[in-house]
Design a protein around this ligand. Structure first.
Ligand code: COA
Length: 160
């Protein structure tokens, strides 16, 4: 096994991005534009997957993304991504977005989503990713649950 494929823990690729919600990130109601939040989630998940797999990746799917609570202009937005599980060339990445009112310190969850991301080589073909090294019971639970979700996703995959 090459060094690049040595198993590594989720803690090594955990990614946190923090933004201040400006008017250009909002819709006409002064709330975050959903597409902007999805772009931040995809960016954060993408960086996390690149850190784990040490190379280029592409997003192939997003599960069950819902906007639970709004974000308003002036809120601080935290986007956090971690690897839940790895397979052959694909990874399940969990992204959680929180809002925070900087004046009151109040913090709330806005979005939780799971991305399926594939590591690709220079020809755009899938390449092997390092296995995940569990460090806790929570890590092991995430791996088991992600494996079940993968089966559901593949069953729903559209034929090409
Ligand atoms: C990702 C991509 C390279 C896969 O190519 P492919 O020839 O279909 O390759 P495979 O069928 O071998 O799939 C590769 C992996 O992706 C997984 N996968 C592919 N489509 C999937 C889907 N819709 N949902 C979940 N997993 C999927 C496969 O299970 C496989 O995982 P594994 O290697 O861990 O077992 C190709 O689908 C692609 O380029 N898609 C466009 C990605 C893109 O442009 N994203 C937006 C910009 S980031």
């Amino acid at each position: 096994m090459t060094t690049e494929l040595a198993p590594r823990p989720a803690s090594a690729s955990r990614t946190l991005m923090t933004f201040l919600l400006f008017p250009e990130h909002a819709n006409a109601l002064g709330k975050a534009f959903g597409g902007q939040v999805m772009a931040w989630a995809d960016m954060c998940g993408g960086i996390c997957s690149m850190r784990h797999s040490t190379g280029a990746t592409v997003t192939v799917g997003v599960d069950d993304l819902q906007f639970e609570q709004p974000l308003l202009i002036g809120d601080v937005v935290s986007v956090e991504a971690r690897v839940n599980a790895t397979f052959r060339s694909s990874m399940e990445i969990e992204v959680v977005v929180h809002g925070e009112n900087p004046a009151t310190g109040k913090r709330w969850r806005c979005v939780e989503a799971r991305l399926t991301v594939v590591a690709i080589d220079g020809d755009g073909k899938g390449r092997l990713v390092p296995e995940l090294l569990p460090e806790s019971d929570d890590d092991r639970r995430r791996m088991t649950e992600a494996a079940a979700r993968r089966e559901e996703r593949l069953a729903k995959r559209k034929p090409r």
